[in-house]
Design a binder for this molecule. Structure first.
Ligand code: LMR
Length: 328
């Protein structure tokens, strides 16, 4: 009888959740820890472990230690990882709508991107992967893209015949093909080696990725084109997220909202800091374009919009453009 009672007690104790194993959230990403996304992921872990101690455990895997971005979507669906934040340029294999982010010279700056992402349209895009079993939890920025190479690039014509590492985005690929360059899609983790071995002669990225990967040590020049936005969508699998107890989901949402605000502040500061550090090292020239030169880049790249406008949706593009006036 005593044994039966203990069994019943133990059983109800387990069902009540007390003593239950914590939920484990494995967060996989491909950048260094000293970048906006890297610090955001670590900060998320810290806050979760402070506020949800014993209920949720977070494990962060930076630097593509676990998965590259092309593998992480399947890993999420298989529940091998529960959180990721791929660059928006990596989603074009899953949805056309998010290609809007890659259109060159669409957003003037990070403030315009933030307006757009906070707009009803921007928030709706978080559901763009719904039919793929994935859920967008928010956006994290990195920075505006600049182009580095082993020669000065002052005008778009200077790109002719240059091999350039790009993220796997059809828009970015078309943008460089139009300029007579040879875009090569490579994972970030392979880019430093490809530059070192001169398999590619240049690349485009945000300052924090260039600096943390050390690309500036392999490139003579960086042109500050600021031609497109490099940022992330935080994603999870719908099955995992909807399976969490509602109170836990809401706590995690609150923590993510706090981290997102911190990442936004940090991204802007870090872009300046990393740019300065590259300049201070004195090994890489930073080419600051005149208004006329930047207008030339814009004019050369923008025709690529026409190739993608229909599949992205012209109304979506118009809303994004309106964000430049702070009026999405
Ligand atoms: C890249 O591949 O260059 C970026 O998408 C990496 C990142 O996550 O910022």
């Amino acid at each position: 009888m005593r044994a039966v009672l203990s069994f019943i007690l133990l059983f109800s104790f387990t069902l009540s959740g007390a003593g239950a194993e914590p939920v484990v959230i494995r967060f996989s990403h491909v950048v260094a820890e000293q970048t906006p996304k890297g610090s955001g992921a670590n900060r998320f872990k810290q806050l979760v472990e402070e506020k949800l101690a014993g209920r949720v455990k977070v494990e962060v895997f930076p630097d593509a230690k676990l998965y590259n971005d092309d593998e992480v979507f399947i890993a999420l669906l298989n529940n091998d990882v529960q959180l990721a934040a791929p660059s928006l340029s990596k989603f074009s294999i899953l949805t056309k709508a998010l290609e809007v982010y890659d259109l060159p010279f669409l957003f003037n700056d990070l403030a315009a991107v933030e307006w757009f992402q906070n707009s009803e349209t921007g928030r709706r895009l978080l559901n763009a992967l719904d039919d793929k079993g994935l859920k967008g939890l928010g956006y994290w920025p990195n920075g505006m893209r600049v182009i580095s190479a082993n020669k000065p690039l002052r005008s778009p014509e200077d790109l002719r015949h240059l091999t350039l590492r790009i993220e796997p985005s059809k828009v970015i690929e078309a943008q460089y093909q139009r300029l007579g360059a040879i875009p090569v899609k490579l994972p970030l983790a392979d880019t430093r080696d490809a530059l070192r071995r001169e398999l590619v002669e240049g690349q485009e990225n945000a300052w924090s990725n260039i600096y943390s990967q050390g690309f500036q040590t392999l490139q003579t020049d960086i042109t500050e084109t600021n031609h497109s936005f490099q940022g992330y969508m935080l994603i999870t699998s719908k099955t995992f997220w909807n399976g969490l107890p509602a109170d836990l989901r809401s706590e995690l949402d609150t923590i993510l909202a706090q981290v997102t605000e911190e990442v936004k502040t940090q991204a802007a500061e870090q872009a300046d800091r990393d740019r300065q550090a590259i300049l201070a090292a004195g090994k890489t020239r930073i080419i600051v374009l005149t208004d006329q030169e930047r207008a030339n880049w814009r004019q050369a790249m923008m025709p690529v919009w026409a190739l993608f406008a229909k599949q992205i949706d012209p109304a979506l593009i118009a809303t994004a453009q309106a964000a430049n006036a702070g009026n999405p």
